[in-house]
Write a protein that binds this ligand. Structure first.
Ligand code: BEZ
Length: 248
């Protein structure tokens, strides 16, 4: 399992006050050691400070699904709309047994102040999932939540994080990865749609077509024979021998 020890940080031998904030930490991170994240790989574990205290990622997820999503910075307009939208949709994620965890590349104290704005702007009584304070970008590096420029600058301490989304299943496997540039806000409905599709596929042994929405027909995988499909799904429609639809 990967751990944060890949991302050791050390302080330069100069007074803190003499160093511009952006270069206060010098990373000894080796780019070639960055984990290759793939669908169905184990989601790297980490411990991190969050707005709900220090947590271990895998322990936090427990037997739930998880959505880990990153933000470039606090008090930025696009991120503010995104965190507000995810916080409002939390009951939808709860219904699907999914725990949310955000990340922004700044400290927890700043996040707490920012969350007050998000609660106000999104009419939320309480913002109720943790946001990681990733000011030294350790989790961002672990999950490769950086753009090309940020990756090149890993050792220089100046990086740009992007908007990454990781969906992790209860076995802690990465089931989906989406990356957006900092300039484009995510589609929260798409995140819910993909969770519905993954859960439908896992529970029924089916796959889902383009733009699938819950309630629509699903596809019987080509590995299932017609005879087995009949036993398993009852009726199905054959558009081509390799394209069979059923209601599941
Ligand atoms: C934003 O959230 O508005 C944002 C953050 C970083 C770069 C560009 C936009």
């Amino acid at each position: 399992m990967f751990s944060r020890s890949l991302f050791q940080t050390s302080r330069p031998m100069v007074a803190k006050s003499q160093v511009p904030k952006a270069v206060r930490y010098v990373r000894t991170f080796k780019q070639e050691e960055q984990p290759r994240l793939r669908i169905n790989a184990l989601a790297p574990n980490f411990t991190a400070e969050t707005t709900q205290g220090k947590l271990d990622f895998h322990e936090y997820l427990g037997n739930s699904w998880g959505v880990l999503f990153s933000h470039p910075a606090d008090f930025t307009p696009v991120c503010t709309t995104e965190l507000g939208a995810f916080a409002k949709l939390k009951p939808e994620f709860d219904q699907r047994n999914v725990k949310l965890i955000g990340l922004s590349a700044e400290g927890v104290d700043k996040h707490q102040k920012w969350i007050k704005d998000i609660e106000e702007l999104s009419n939320l009584d309480k913002f109720s999932f943790p946001v990681i304070g990733d000011s030294n970008r350790e989790v961002a590096f672990l999950y490769d939540m950086v753009d090309e420029e940020g990756f090149k600058n890993l050792s220089k301490g100046i990086v740009h994080t992007i908007r990454s989304v990781f969906i992790v299943d209860p076995a802690k496997k990465i089931r989906l990865m989406i990356s957006y540039p900092a300039s484009v806000g995510r589609n929260s409905a798409e995140v819910l749609r993909v969770i519905d599709a993954l859960q439908k596929g896992d529970s029924k042994g089916v796959v889902t077509p383009i733009d699938w929405q819950p309630g629509q027909d699903v596809i019987i995988p080509p590995t299932v024979s017609d005879a087995d499909a009949k036993k398993k799904f009852g009726d199905f429609k054959t558009a081509k021998p390799y394209l069979r639809f059923t209601k599941a």
